[in-house]
Structures are given as C-alpha cells and as structure tokens.
Design a protein around this ligand. Structure first.
Ligand code: HAM
Length: 425
C-alpha cells in the first residue's frame, strides 16, 4: 500500500472517469444556457459567520459538519464552503450593495466540504451543480428552477427519479406549526431516538425527515405544515403545482419534506434517486427569500435555487447504464519512431501535426518499436505513423489505420488532410 492515501471521504478522479464528468458538465452548460443562466465562481472559503447566519446555527451542517479554521492567531474564523447558496448571495450583495438590480440567473459546478461520516454517496469533499435565480421567486421562477434541474436529468437520460415537493410557508406559519408539532410529539418524547430528542428543542421540524422507522411511524400522524399556511401562501403553492402539471413534470406533495438548511421558506423540493441507498437525495432546493436579510440586506431579495450532487448523479447514471456509449477517445495518430537518432525529426512532425489540429502522441520513453505499437493500441490511437531512415530519405511516410490495418504511403503535407477526413463521422 502506498505510504500516503487520499484523506477519507475525498476521492481522486482519473482520466477514465473524467470523461464522464466532462460529458455531464457539457450537458449542464448547454441546458443552463437554454434557460439564460450564466456561470458564477466564488471562493472555496468564506468567513464562518456567513454560514452560521445563512444556513442557521441549529442545522447539522453548521452544528457539526463544517471545516473551520483560524487563518492566523488574531484572524476571523474561516470555513471551507459546505454549500454554495450563502456564498452566491454574499457575492451578489457585495456587488450590488444597493439592491435594485434586475433578475440574476447564476449556475455553478463547485467543490464543497462537509465533515460527514463518509459512506456510499456521501463524501467530505464533493461536487454540486446548482443554479440560483435571484431577484424574483414567484411561482413561475420556482418552476423555472425545477424545470431546469429536471431538463438536465432528462437530457442525461435518467429515469425513475421522484420529485418531492412541499411548502414551508412563511416564518410566522412555521412558528405556529412548530408549536403544534411539539404539542403532538410531547407524549412520544421518550419514544424518540436521541437525535430526534435533541431536535425536539432546537429544530423540531427536522424530526419529520428522520430516517429511523420508529420515528417515521410517530410522525406519520403529525399535523401537516400545509394546514398552518396562510391562504396566500397556499394559493401560491397551488400555482407552482399547477405550472408543474402543465409542463408534465411529475411530483409528489410530501408533507414530511423540510430540508436541512434554515433559509428556506414557501416552496421546497428534493429529488430522490431509486439507485442510491440511504443517501437517496440526488438534488434539492427551494425558495430562500429570507437569506438576503440574514446576510445584511436592508430589503428582502426574493430568490430560488437548487443543487444536485454530482457524485450521486454519476452513481445513478452508472447503475442505469447511461455511460455505455461514452468511450474514451485516444490520439488520432501515434508516431512510431524506428530509429532513435530521428527523435528530433519525429518531434518536428508531431509539432506540425498538432499545429494543424491533429491529436498526436509520440514515444517519450525510448521504447522498442514493438513496445511503441503496444502503447499506441493501449492509448486507442486511430493511426500509427512510421518514421525511419527510409521515410526521411524518400519523404514518403507509412500511415497505418490501427482499426483496419490498411496502410498508405503519404508525403508529410498530405497527412493532415487524410487524418482530418478520417475523423469525420
Ligand atoms: P443540500 O440538500 O444540502 O442543498 O445538497 C444538495 C445535494 O448535494 C444533495 O441532494 C446531495 O445530492 C448532494 N450532497 C450533499 N451533501 C453531500 C455529501 N456529503 N456527499 C455527496 N453529496 C452530497 C444545498 O446544498 C442547497 N445549497 C441547495 C440550494 C441551492 N438551495 C437553494 N439553492
């Protein structure tokens, strides 16, 4: 075993896997542009208070999952970002201190860090693709965010995903509901597990999404949050559901969906994948109008967004066989050097081919001809180009198609044209 291993919960991604990432990222970039979203990149760390205020101090993320440190003895604590929404809103407010800007549609593909117990589909460093629509959060904007997420899944060919949706009402609705929920749960307090007992005081709504079957049985009879929501909020939620139905996006209203970040209000949603085990959420999001004020804005800036876990997306696609047609492509041509003395000549040819847009590999390790041919095949090269004394003397080079074994003799000037022609579909 190598002396150093990657830190538990963090992973290396080698070229055979990166082709999958590039493919998915390409789909994300093209679908987000159809919806008019542009990319934002923010720093990998932020001041710790941003997350304490933004995500909420009673959440699991802020309570126990952040990687925080002091940059210097007298510095302010800094945290590796556990999610993107707070940072994106911070960046937005920093750039537009007076507010009053038109709608912003932003997307990101970013690395995040959470000190969770690593397991399948749960890492300590992971990647999210997400989008934030800042400046409006009416039902049409909520549906635009959900549609964008679902169109990415559809374009990638995923099937069997379930969209769970709920309304969390406004702050007043939730305060009322919390009290109702506590009164309902009070007689069961001793039957709750330790985590739920802890949540009973701090954040009782999180008990609703417990994964413990005994707790699930108790909350099955709990009052519904939707019944505590004022008529305007309910109407708005109905409108979201109506628009989703119009677009033939299937959903399930789930009264137990609460989400694990405090900034949400009104519509919240989550997508679960049938291919994931205990960690079955592939993505989630919702409206978060309160976040801007929490981060110091004088006026509330309505916003809605979502994020999808890339690793969970890849696990799901792998199990659904959606990478089958993705084959890694090798160089178009591998230059096989027949005489070590001609190395500089081979390098000049490689340079010329690359400058004319041909993916070209050469032997950098001084291998025998047989070993070079093995390497060309391992790299899945399309052609081998032989460079020896005879070729240099005559100016005519042998180009062998490694799929069909056909070969032709060509002058150097003719080679780019032949290779370009052969790579056309
Ligand atoms: P979240 O539900 O915490 O939401 O994370 C979104 C997705 O990130 C999850 O559904 C999951 O696929 C993935 N994920 C979360 N933690 C891990 C982990 N430890 N390992 C692997 N994947 C993970 C948010 O982060 C919100 N910021 C989403 C949002 C955007 N809401 C509004 N805008």
């Amino acid at each position: 075993m190598a002396q150093f291993q990657a830190v538990k919960g963090a992973k290396d991604i080698f070229p055979d896997e990166i082709v999958r990432w590039h493919y998915i990222e390409g789909v994300i970039r093209s679908v987000t542009s159809l919806y008019g979203f542009s990319e934002i990149r923010t720093p990998a760390f932020e001041y710790t208070e941003l997350f304490q205020r933004g995500i909420g101090s009673t959440t699991d993320i802020v309570g126990k999952e952040m990687f925080s440190f002091l940059p210097d003895p007298n510095g302010r604590s800094i945290t590796l970002r556990p999610e993107m929404t707070a940072g994106v809103m911070r960046a937005f407010l920093q750039k537009n201190p007076g507010g009053g800007v038109p709608v912003h549609k932003l997307f990101y593909i970013a690395d995040l860090f959470r000190k969770e117990r690593p397991q399948a589909g749960r890492q300590r460093q992971f990647t999210q693709f997400g989008a934030e629509l800042i400046g409006v959060a009416n039902p049409a904007a909520v549906v635009e965010a959900v549609s964008l997420m679902m169109q990415v899944f559809d374009t990638l060919g995923l099937h069997g995903l379930r969209l769970r949706i709920n309304s969390l009402g406004d702050l007043e609705d939730r305060m009322r509901y919390r009290e109702e929920l506590r009164s309902y749960l009070e007689p069961y307090r001793n039957d709750l597990d330790e985590a739920s007992r802890e949540r009973f005081e701090k954040n009782p709504m999180r008990i609703l999404d417990s994964k413990n079957p005994a707790v699930q049985e108790i909350v099955a009879g709990a009052p519904k949050l939707l019944d505590c929501i004022k008529p305007e909020g309910r109407q708005e939620f109905e409108k979201v559901l109506g628009y989703l139905s119009d677009r033939q996006i299937a959903f399930e209203v789930d009264h137990l969906l609460v989400r694990g970040l405090d900034y949400y209000g009104h519509t919240a949603f989550e997508v679960v994948s049938p291919e994931l085990g205990a960690q079955d959420a592939i993505g989630g999001g919702g409206r978060y109008d309160a976040l801007s004020k929490e981060l110091g804005s004088s006026a509330e800036i309505p916003a809605v967004g979502f994020a999808v876990g890339m690793e969970r997306l890849i696990i799901t696609m792998e199990k659904q066989g959606l990478f089958a047609t993705l084959s890694p492509h090798g160089p178009q041509v591998f230059i096989v050097l027949q005489d070590a003395g001609l190395e500089d000549h081979a390098m000049r040819i490689a340079d010329r081919l690359r400058r004319s847009g041909i993916m070209t590999e050469t032997d950098l390790a001084g291998r025998s001809m047989k070993a070079q041919m093995r390497e060309a095949n391992r790299l899945l090269a399309g052609f081998a180009l032989f460079v020896g004394q005879d070729e240099v003397a005559s100016g005519s080079y042998t180009l062998r198609n490694l799929r069909t074994s056909e070969q032709v003799a060509l002058e150097l000037d003719a080679i780019p044209g032949v290779l370009h022609e052969s790579s056309k579909p």
